[in-house]
Write a protein that binds this ligand. Structure first.
Ligand code: 2PG
Ligand code: MG
Length: 420
């Protein structure tokens, strides 16, 4: 059994040029090093108030090199739950602000990598064990707005889901075509202004609905059938829109009540091939989530991100209320892999869907792809189809799909999104 010999932290930089924390966990038998695992904490821009709190990167490094290292030395690296519990106890705060959720997630993930490395298997395989797994279906951003592109469209993510694709690789092939077509359309009207935080085109539009029509146009330009081949997924990140008692659409100079926003989204579902809507209402607006789920939940996936913040307790409350039908899993929102898995377990028990997601502040770390595959989560969201912190993850998915080969379970896109 491999035990933890050393844990070290390092201050590194993320895709927004902000400091973050990397952890390395060295494991061995006796004092002889056998393997090392490494992971970097991501960070969000549109964060839910219920998220575990990241602390200053330098302080997180200090916590790793001090209290966390002391607590984890000699611990069995295969005991992920014990490792995570130990860090949670050591932190002792409900929002993990003493040691920092960034310190915790970096170490938690680095331990998972070290365990896999000691067994000489990829992380996804170590997590899957003897279970057969499928490749996850990507949600890929084409236009980025909201908190990731200040002063542009109000909605945060306009994404596509290749609902008719037969494999992960084919989903990426189609996405490349749609992404290029969307860029060409913007260029044609002189509105190509670079990309937002997650690599989606910087959205130069006059309304929040216009990007939907543009997406349909881009899908068709790419030679694909809107709805049949490629559907649309939205993340409103609506907590960010809520000010002074209304959902503010600054671009359109108007504020909407929950009821008006509900009506607008219902209209959009009628008009466009929308298959998934994330955070359609603010994190506190459970009544609106409930009403929307009752109306639209049998037609589209309704995803809670800020609404659930990967918290098992918040998800269980949402399940009780029948609010949303899908949970977004972001390990750094809660702090450890064990807590993320607990949230996934609660979702599965209740028949809720799950999506593993990266953050808007990312790095070359590709752990998230391994988690989705290894845990058998059928969907993955890591931003757009540009910038290497995003492409590194899509490319890692291609490697895993190749390694899985014929042993993979059927690719779940059509089962999830198209009634056959
Ligand atoms: C989200 C994420 C990723 P952030 O809201 O789903 O798109 O953004 O990491 O800024 O919370
Ligand atoms: Mg979100």
């Amino acid at each position: 059994m491999a035990r933890i010999i050393d844990v070290r932290g390092r201050r590194v930089w993320d895709s927004r040029g902000r400091a973050t924390v990397e952890a390395e966990v060295v494991v061995g038998r006796g004092s002889t090093p056998l393997a090392m695992g490494r992971a970097i904490a991501p960070s969000g821009a549109s964060t839910g108030s219920g998220e575990a709190k990241a602390i200053d990167a330098a302080a997180a490094v200090q916590a790793i090199n001090g209290r966390i290292r002391d607590a984890l030395k000699a611990h069995s690296v295969s005991d992920q739950e014990g490792i995570d519990r130990k860090m949670i106890e050591l932190d002792g705060t409900p929002d993990r602000h003493r040691l920092g959720a960034n310190a915790l997630i970096a170490v938690s993930l680095a331990c998972a990598h070290a365990d896999a490395a000691a067994r000489k298997v990829p992380l996804w395989k170590n997590l899957a064990g003897t279970r057969r797994v499928a490749m996850p279906v990507p949600q890929i951003q084409i236009f980025g707005g909201g908190a990731h592109a200040r002063g542009s469209v109000d909605l945060q993510d306009y994404m596509i889901v290749c609902v008719g694709a037969g494999s992960f690789a084919e989903s990426l092939e189609w996405t490349a075509r749609v992404y290029a077509a969307a860029g060409a359309r913007l260029a044609k009207r002189g509105a190509l202004h670079g990309v937002a935080d997650e690599g989606g085109y910087w959205p130069a539009f006059k309304s929040n609905e216009e990007p939907l029509a543009e997406l349909v146009g881009a899908i068709a330009d790419a030679g694909l059938e809107p709805g049949t081949d490629v559907g649309i997924a939205l993340d409103l990140a609506a907590t960010q829109l809520y000010r002074a008692g209304a959902y503010q659409l600054a671009l359109e100079n108007r504020g909407l009540t929950s009821g008006q926003l509900h009506a607008m989204l219902m209209r959009w579902i009628e008009r466009y091939p929308i298959v998934s809507i994330e955070d359609p209402f603010a994190e506190h607006d459970a009544a609106a989530m409930q009403a929307f789920t009752a109306d639209a939940g049998d037609r589209v996936q309704i995803v809670g991100d800020d609404f659930f913040v990967t918290s098992e307790a918040r998800l269980r409350e949402g399940i009780r209320l029948k609010a949303a039908n899908t949970v977004l899993l972001k390990p750094n929102q809660v702090g450890t892999l064990t807590e993320t898995l607990a949230c996934l377990g609660a979702a599965r028990e209740a028949g809720y869907r799950a999506i593993v997601s990266a953050r808007s502040g990312e790095t070359e770390d590709v752990s998230i792809v391994h988690l989705a595959v290894g845990w058998g989560v059928p969907q993955l969201k890591v931003g757009s189809f540009a910038r290497s912190e995003r492409m590194a993850k899509w490319n890692e998915g291609l490697r895993i799909e190749e390694a899985l080969g014929a042993k993979a379970l059927p690719y779940p896109a059509r089962r999830l999104f198209r009634a056959s």
